[in-house]
Design a binder for this molecule. Structure first.
Ligand code: FES
Length: 110
């Protein structure tokens, strides 16, 4: 997949097809120097940095329960929608990106 046209407010990046991410799952996408986790929470798409803020965990490989993702390394938890920490040992929120769907593709503005 390729980056799409620039948006006046920033750069629009196409991440994947909505069909690539089943409900209750996540995939890792690398675009524009970013390593991102794309989540499908009950048909709504959310995007965070893939790297856990606590260490080497990959959030796209974590355990997802509703809108919570549990890191696969030390079992810290984040809210997928907001990036806020839900359960230590992580204490720094994970970065989130405003995501939307256009023509069946998940996109973010950066
Ligand atoms: S690396 Fe994610 S909780 Fe430690």
């Amino acid at each position: 997949m390729t980056d799409t046209a620039r948006h006046p407010s920033g750069r629009t990046i196409e991440l994947c097809s909505t069909a690539d991410v089943a409900a209750g799952t996540a995939i890792k996408v690398e675009r524009a120097g970013l390593e991102l986790a794309v989540f499908n929470v009950d048909g709504e798409f959310y995007v965070t940095d893939d790297h856990c803020t606590h260490g080497p965990g990959s959030l796209s490989e974590g355990f997802i329960d509703g809108d919570i993702v549990e890191c696969n390394f030390h079992q810290g938890q984040f809210n997928i929608r907001t990036g806020e920490v839900v359960l230590p040992p992580c204490f720094v929120p994970v970065k989130t990106y405003p995501a939307s769907v256009r023509d069946g593709k998940v996109i973010i503005e950066v």
